[in-house]
Write a protein that binds this ligand. Structure first.
Ligand SMILES: Cc1cc2nc3c(=O)[nH]c(=O)nc-3n(C[C@H](O)[C@H](O)[C@H](O)COP(=O)(O)O)c2cc1C
Length: 207
């Protein structure tokens, strides 16, 4: 069976994004093996002196790592191995201060390493390693950020992050207006669930 990694950070017990994620999980049951990466339970590693030196030695200078440097980069590599070994990845998080929460960006920074998920050729042209992966990015926001609004940062940022990993098949399921009352939220939620339906039938189409 194909595998789907769910990378989530959902700290709100009333999370609206959680509803979209639960909808995805309920409707994809039996079609994919779910691997959970809950960033609230396990914060991603953040670079310190040793791990940053290790990254630069390996990623930019092509050096073999050993000792403290090899040890320091291990938790980062474990996350890279995890995402490399699935077919699909789902991100689920709230909008905080006009972007993904910092812990989600820390996860991206941990995995988006030169020499691992991005490889540069002699001309400096990057190629992402996850060429056959598909991604779904779900997130709720209190307001609505339409196309062209400078506060609409999540779609362009995730397109950029994921494209650089090699993932070009990306769907977004935003739930806008969660602070604008129940009626607005329900309508947005239904639209997001519609997007999830489309993703599930495309990702898990029986051949
Ligand atoms: C710390 C914090 C920052 C927020 N920043 C924004 C924001 O920049 N834009 C926005 O539209 N809503 C913002 N909100 C509202 C949340 O995005 C909204 O409540 C959303 O439903 C959160 O997702 P969740 O329901 O899955 O937790 C913020 C909420 C919190 C707690």
């Amino acid at each position: 069976m194909n595998k789907t990694l769910v990378v989530s950070y959902l700290p709100n017990s009333q999370s609206v994004t959680r509803k979209v994620l639960d909808y995805f999980l309920a409707n994809s049951r039996g079609s994919t093996t779910i691997i959970e990466r809950d960033l609230m339970k396990n914060n991603p590693p953040v670079f310190n002196g040793d791990s940053m030196t290790a990254y630069q030695m390996r990623g930019f200078m092509g050096q073999e790592l050993s000792g403290d440097y090899a040890r320091a980069i291990k938790p980062f590599d474990a996350l890279i191995d995890e995402i490399s070994n699935v077919d699909n990845v789902v991100f689920a998080f709230p909008t905080h201060n006009w972007s993904e929460p910092g812990v989600v960006k820390s996860y991206i920074d941990a995995i988006l390493q030169a020499g691992k998920l991005i490889n540069y050729d002699a001309q400096g042209k990057p190629t992402g390693a996850l060429q056959n992966h598909k991604a779904l990015v779900m997130f709720a926001s209190g307001g609505f950020y339409e196309e062209g609004n400078p506060r609409r940062t999540i779609q362009p940022a995730f397109t950029f992050y994921l494209n650089h990993m090699g993932i070009t098949d990306i769907e977004f399921a935003p739930v806008g207006g969660t602070l604008m009352g129940e009626e607005v939220t329900s309508k947005s939620l239904a639209a997001a669930e519609g997007i999830v339906d489309g993703v599930i039938s495309r990702w898990f189409a029986k051949k």
